[in-house]
Design a protein around this ligand. Sequence first.
Ligand SMILES: [Zn+2]
Length: 80
Amino acid sequence: MKCPKCGSEDVIIQVINEAKLVTKHHGLLWWICIGWWWIFVKWIFLTVPALLALIFVGKRKKIVNVRKKVKVCQSCGKTW
Ligand SMILES: [Zn+2]
């Protein structure tokens, strides 16, 4: 493997673990296609459960461990 900056072959690969806090939420397309009527239906039939769902589901966060491979050039110190 060659360093893209200096062309050195002296490159090591480091695997690092990154803890990411991910908030689960729907994308814009979801809101445009489903979100508005889904919320509407929920408000009519499930007003109370919907409120509870918003409180609990809306704030649900996940900790995701992301494994990242980082290549480090030993000559110039470039990481990519
Ligand atoms: Zn380099």
